[in-house]
Ligand binder design. Structure first.
Ligand code: PRP
Length: 210
């Protein structure tokens, strides 16, 4: 029997899309019903695979430390945390953008330090350093759109997918920082020691015509 393959998938919308790809590629688990129940570990004994259902921003931690051999993480997370993992394949799902957004009537004063609310301080810092702009980063963990409306920040650096959240909070995109999609990542030693298994997975996912 081949070695066990441990796969970390991000819970939520992105995980559903990524799991569908794994399923199409033949990596499935009968009792894995996403969004139902509270179970977080699933296995398929015949295929000798385990799925771990983890927080999207934790996938790279499981993979970097070898608790999972492979995983799926957004390019935003990989750029923000720079984990020591191999990035193997663009899964071309979970496509969105990292953008700067502000209230419709916001006029930037270049003389003042710009207050930037974000969940991605490293991405924001790098972007504004490239522009030579002084900023004050306000690190938040969600619902960023509120910050510029109630005066906590001037702008936000956040993920935009459909644009609905910005629209409903009367914010507009000022600049796009990067395109984002989900990536297949692997633990570096797993990639060596389980090369055949991981390579089979890459080939099957890559042949899906995604
Ligand atoms: C993300 C992001 C935006 C929203 C963008 O939030 O932070 O708020 O999605 O999506 P849209 O362009 O399709 O409206 P998420 O739903 O992950 O929750 P969060 O606010 O807790 O980060």
């Amino acid at each position: 029997m081949s070695e066990v393959l441990n796969i970390a998938l991000p819970k939520g919308r992105l995980g559903q899309r990524v799991y569908n790809l794994f399923e199409q590629a033949g990596y499935y688990c009968e009792d894995l019903k996403i969004g139902e129940g509270r179970k977080l570990i699933f296995n398929n004994k015949e295929l000798n695979i385990n799925f771990f259902w983890v927080k999207p921003s934790d996938v790279h931690v499981y993979v970097e430390r070898g608790a999972a051999d492979v995983g799926a993480a957004g390019k935003d997370i990989l750029d923000e945390y720079s984990p020591d993992v191999y990035e193997l394949l663009d899964l071309k799902t979970g496509i969105c953008r990292m953008a700067v957004a502000a209230p419709e009537n916001f006029v930037e004063d270049p003389e003042k330090v710009l207050r930037v609310a974000t969940e991605f301080p490293n991405i924001a810092a790098k972007y504004y350093a490239g522009l030579g702009r002084d900023i004050d980063i306000i690190k938040l963990k969600g619902s960023l759109e509120i910050a510029p409306i109630i005066g906590l920040a001037d702008v936000i650096v956040d993920i935009v997918e459909t644009g609905t959240t910005l629209r409903e909070n009367k914010l507009i995109i000022k600049d796009e920082i990067m395109q984002i999609s989900a990536r297949l990542i692997a633990n570096k030693s797993s990639f060596n020691f389980k090369f055949k298994r991981i390579n089979d997975l890459i080939n099957k996912l890559a042949s899906l015509n995604i």
